[in-house]
Ligand binder design. Structure first.
Ligand code: NAD
Length: 310
């Protein structure tokens, strides 16, 4: 019977799935960092979210470890080189939170359009502003507007489906994918930047995409454009985004992520009116957590079946 330890809080359903498959499960939510290396040697598998770092002395002590499950997407908390060298399988759940992130991007599209964050903040601090705001917040509809996606993978496509259901058009650019069943693909990013009313980023941060949305890219957008970043901090050049908001070259910036998290109080974006901020909560939903937990358990089970240990 393989032994598995779960070190970051997962949905209880994952425990049921593992036990039903014959695993002996140790629940060790929030185990102190220095305790885990002392007991990891007993286990054949571990499932983590992002808090547990599977590297260094943890690997040294993990003499029986065969499979690492990551409930979530990013593998930054796992030393992949050592895992590969030690022939330890690493499995993750890239699609589990797709819908959660797409819904956050949609929330930002709708909230920026009707400026409800501004309305909430101003009325809370001065209820007498209610009538003046009623006039000031005269806005638009999203129906008939164009969503421009940079990156048309899982999240970009999911957002396109939702926005099209609300009457929007969806165009997109992807450096590696030429066709998409729901998005009208454009040959260059500039085509999307020029045409779109809402530009939503759904691509990874890497050396090619760092500051990809800077002064030059923003200058190609409509001056009323809403830029949405639910991908990674660093894809947008924050100084350029702030300057563009200040000079009226960009209409609105909505972001779930910052290049440095938490952002510094000196980050000028924090002090601009036309910005909506969420604290990197794209994947943080009960349903996303449930899917990530269960899928991580299922993928670990599959990995053991491949190893013929189950
Ligand atoms: P995905 O791999 O399904 O899609 C990413 C797409 O980006 C791919 O189609 C790829 O071809 C494209 N791409 C890569 N480089 C590009 C480039 N230079 N120009 C244009 N397109 C490029 O990934 P996904 O599941 O849709 O996730 C997208 C991003 O969302 C992830 O990379 C991650 O950074 C981010 N994310 C954020 C949160 C959050 O909490 N806010 C949660 C999950 C994922």
């Amino acid at each position: 019977m393989p032994k598995i330890i779960l070190t970051d809080k997962l949905n209880e359903k994952a425990v049921e799935v593992l036990e039903a498959a014959g695993f002996e499960v140790k629940i060790a939510w929030d185990i102190p960092k220095d305790e885990l290396p002392k007991i990891i040697g007993e286990y054949d598998a571990i499932i983590v979210r992002s808090a547990t770092k599977v590297r260094g002395d943890l690997f040294d002590e993990a003499v029986n470890l065969k499979v690492i499950g990551r409930a979530g997407v990013g593998l930054d908390n796992i030393d992949m080189e050592t895992a590969l060298a030690r022939n330890i399988k690493v499995v993750n759940t890239p699609a589990a939170t797709t819908n959660s992130v797409a819904e956050l991007a949609l929330t930002m599209i709708l909230s920026s359009t009707r400026d409800i964050v501004k309305g909430t903040c101003e009325i809370k601090s001065d209820p007498s502003s209610f009538k003046a705001l009623k006039k000031e917040l005269f806005s638009r509809e999203i129906d008939g507007k164009t969503l421009g996606l940079i990156g048309t993978g899982r999240i970009g496509t999911s957002l396109a489906v939702k926005c099209k259901a609300l009457g929007m058009n969806a165009i997109g650019y992807d450096a590696y994918v030429a066709e998409n069943p729901v998005v009208e693909m454009k040959p260059t990013m500039d085509d999307v930047l020029k045409e779109a009313d809402y530009i939503s980023l759904h691509l990874p941060l890497n050396k090619d995409t760092k500051h990809m949305i800077g002064k030059e890219a923003i200058s190609k957008m409509k001056s009323t454009a809403v830029l949405i970043n639910c991908a990674r901090g660093g894809i947008v050049d924050e100084i350029a985004a702030h300057e563009a908001l200040e000079s009226g070259v960009l209409g609105y910036y909505c972001t779930d992520v910052f290049e440095i998290e938490p952002p510094s109080i000196d980050n000028p974006l924090l002090h601009h009116e036309n910005i909506i901020i969420s604290p990197h909560i794209g994947a943080q939903t009960a349903e996303g957590n449930m899917r990530a937990s269960v899928q991580a358990a299922e993928r670990v089970i599959d990995a053991f079946k491949e190893l013929e240990d189950l």
